[in-house]
Design a protein around this ligand. Structure first.
Ligand SMILES: [Zn+2]
Ligand SMILES: [Zn+2]
Length: 145
C-alpha cells in the first residue's frame, strides 16, 4: 500500500520538538502487512525546518531528508510498552505516519546541527557582538564556539 502524502507543519504531532517546520512535510512510503495487526512502514520524509544558528543565533532554514528503513506499527497490547513499536489502536485502518516523522525528526535533531554557514564566526562570548560583521570592540580573541 502506497502512503504518499503531505503533512501539515502545524500537525500537533510536531509540537514540542524544539524546532519549527518550514512548510508542509512530504512523505513517500510503502506500508506492508507483516502480521496480525502489525504493519511495517518504510519510506522517506522531505521538508525543511527553521531554527537558530547555534553560533550566531540568526535564522537558518535547513532541509530535512530522512529515510526510514523500518517503522513497525503494532496493535498487540504486549508491544505497547516496547519502544521499537508504534502503538496502534485495535482494528484500525488508519496509520498515522506523523508519529514516525516526529520520532525521526527528534532523532535527527536538525536544530542541534544548524549553522548559518560552515564558517560562521558566532557571537563574541564577552560582549555578544556578531563576529561575522568583523572584530568586536571589546578586544576578546575571536574564537568560534
Ligand atoms: Zn551563524
Ligand atoms: Zn567582544
Amino acid at each position: 500500500m502506497r502512503t504518499d502524502g503531505v503533512l501539515d507543519p502545524h500537525d500537533p504531532a510536531f509540537s514540542g520538538l524544539g524546532l519549527e517546520l518550514d512548510g508542509p512535510v512530504e512523505v513517500r512510503g510503502q506500508l506492508q502487512v507483516t502480521g496480525d495487526d502489525e504493519y511495517l512502514w518504510r519510506g522517506s520524509v522531505h521538508g525543511a525546518v527553521v531554527g537558530e544558528c547555534r553560533r550566531c543565533l540568526s535564522e537558518v532554514r535547513a532541509p530535512v531528508d530522512l529515510t526510514v528503513d523500518a517503522a513497525v506499527f503494532s496493535a498487540d497490547p504486549d508491544a505497547a510498552d516496547d519502544p521499537d513499536f508504534y502503538p496502534l489502536p485495535a482494528r484500525t485502518n488508519t496509520i498515522d505516519i506523523a508519529d514516525v516523522v516526529r520520532e525521526e525528526l527528534a532523532l535527527a535533531a536538525p536544530g542541534a546541527l544548524m549553522l548559518c554557514r560552515e564558517t560562521c564566526a558566532g557571537l563574541c562570548p564577552t560582549c555578544g557582538a556578531d563576529l561575522n560583521a568583523g572584530p568586536c570592540q571589546c578586544g576578546s580573541p575571536a574564537e568560534p564556539v
